[in-house]
Design a protein around this ligand. Structure first.
Ligand SMILES: CC(C)(COP(=O)(O)OP(=O)(O)OC[C@H]1O[C@@H](n2cnc3c(N)ncnc32)[C@H](O)[C@@H]1OP(=O)(O)O)[C@@H](O)C(=O)NCCC(=O)NCCS
Length: 326
């Protein structure tokens, strides 16, 4: 019997329904937890397919960042998909293979194509997030040269009970708050996490203006600086995308000695994000900050998932291995 023919190419509009079905099957639990209905997933895939068409790409890329979605076919049948973001540390996400096509090397081929895309854009490192209990995926990634760089915990809440303790104040981030950022971030997060999320700074300082994000990318963004006795003690940002019910706060940048203000700070973020349309809010907290996990659990947040952030250093010569896709 002939061995199956495996091909990988960029997503097209005609693939959208099959890709959405594949994603809805593969990530049913996560989408349900995030309140992401199947129709929203389909809409997202269609938007990606439009954005990947050459004329749109040039217009949209400066606002949303460059990215690619690849699909794999086995003997002409759509079998798997993955997405990779642009940016200094590209993130590979949504790796999914339909059950009848598993263990044929489809995911391996998709990863290889995503890595070539990163290399073509001059990157030498890629990263991805995987649930800590997803043994098949972790085995795949380890076999393909990925290593765990930074574990983190996701907590969720639907209400914002906590208030701010006396003497602590949140305000909009201004240019004059910039000098404190590096020191506060280093005291708040392990170096591995900071290295893998270089865009964290842009969420507070720089990056597109909030109104541009809202208008063009449909994202509502909360950004605040935390102050005590006139000095900067922390930063927090969260966002909710159009069509999603769950908002996300990534790594609250509060050092341990500002911990007393963590529940109140996130309470303010939850109130803002709820008013912007979120039905539920998740926060990602470094596994090296058990103090933050404990404080949030005490304030009514619930631990939902444990994730591993994995990274791979791309070897030289990766571009020779295949044609790649810009
Ligand atoms: C994880 C997943 C993407 C793997 O896809 P796949 O196409 O079957 O993987 P491949 O055939 O390319 O496997 C490559 C290697 O990964 C490892 N691997 C893949 N699936 C595995 C499993 N179920 N158990 C153990 N190892 C596994 C093996 O080492 C395999 O090599 P081998 O078959 O020669 O032993 C697929 O099972 C899937 O879609 N799962 C649901 C969605 C998901 O969890 N995605 C990951 C999100 S982070």
């Amino acid at each position: 019997m002939d061995s199956p023919t495996l091909t990988v190419r960029l997503l097209r509009l005609a693939d959208a329904e099959q890709v959405a079905m594949l994603l809805n099957d593969a990530f049913a639990d996560e989408f349900a937890a995030a309140g992401r209905p199947p129709m929203a997933v389909l809409r997202g895939v269609r938007q990606d397919a439009w954005a990947l068409r050459a004329p749109f790409r040039r217009v949209i890329a400066p606002l949303t960042g460059d990215f690619a979605v690849f699909v794999a076919s086995v003997d002409g049948q759509l079998a798997g998909t993955t997405t990779i973001s642009g940016g200094p540390v590209p993130v590979i996400s949504s790796v999914a293979v339909a059950p009848p096509y598993r263990r044929l090397g489809v995911a391996r081929a998709l990863l290889a194509q995503a890595e070539r895309y990163a290399a073509l854009h001059g990157r030498d490192i890629v990263t991805l997030d995987v649930l800590a209990h997803n043994v098949p995926a972790i085995t795949l990634y380890e076999r393909e040269g990925y290593h765990v760089a930074h574990p983190y915990t996701v907590l969720e809440t639907v209400t914002a009970a906590a208030g701010m303790p006396a003497g602590w104040r949140l305000s909009r981030v201004r240019d004059r708050d910039a000098p404190a950022f590096g020191a506060v971030a280093r005291l708040s997060l392990p170096a591995e996490a900071l290295a893998l999320v270089p865009s964290l700074r842009d969420r507070y300082l720089g990056g597109p203006p909030v109104w541009v994000e809202r208008l063009m990318a449909g994202v509502a963004t909360y950004r605040r600086v935390l102050q005590h006795d006139g000095s900067v003690r922390g930063y927090v940002s969260g966002r909710i995308s159009r069509g999603q019910q769950q908002a996300r706060i990534t790594y609250p940048l509060l050092p341990p000695d500002a911990g007393v203000a963590l529940p109140g700070t996130l309470g303010d973020a939850v109130r803002w994000l709820t008013a912007a349309g979120a039905a539920c809010v998740r926060v990602d907290v470094s596994a090296q900050r058990p103090d933050q996990v404990g404080a949030l659990e005490a304030a009514g947040w619930q631990v939902r998932w444990h994730f591993l952030q994995m990274r791979k250093v791309l070897r030289r010569g990766i571009l020779v291995a295949g044609r790649g896709e810009r």
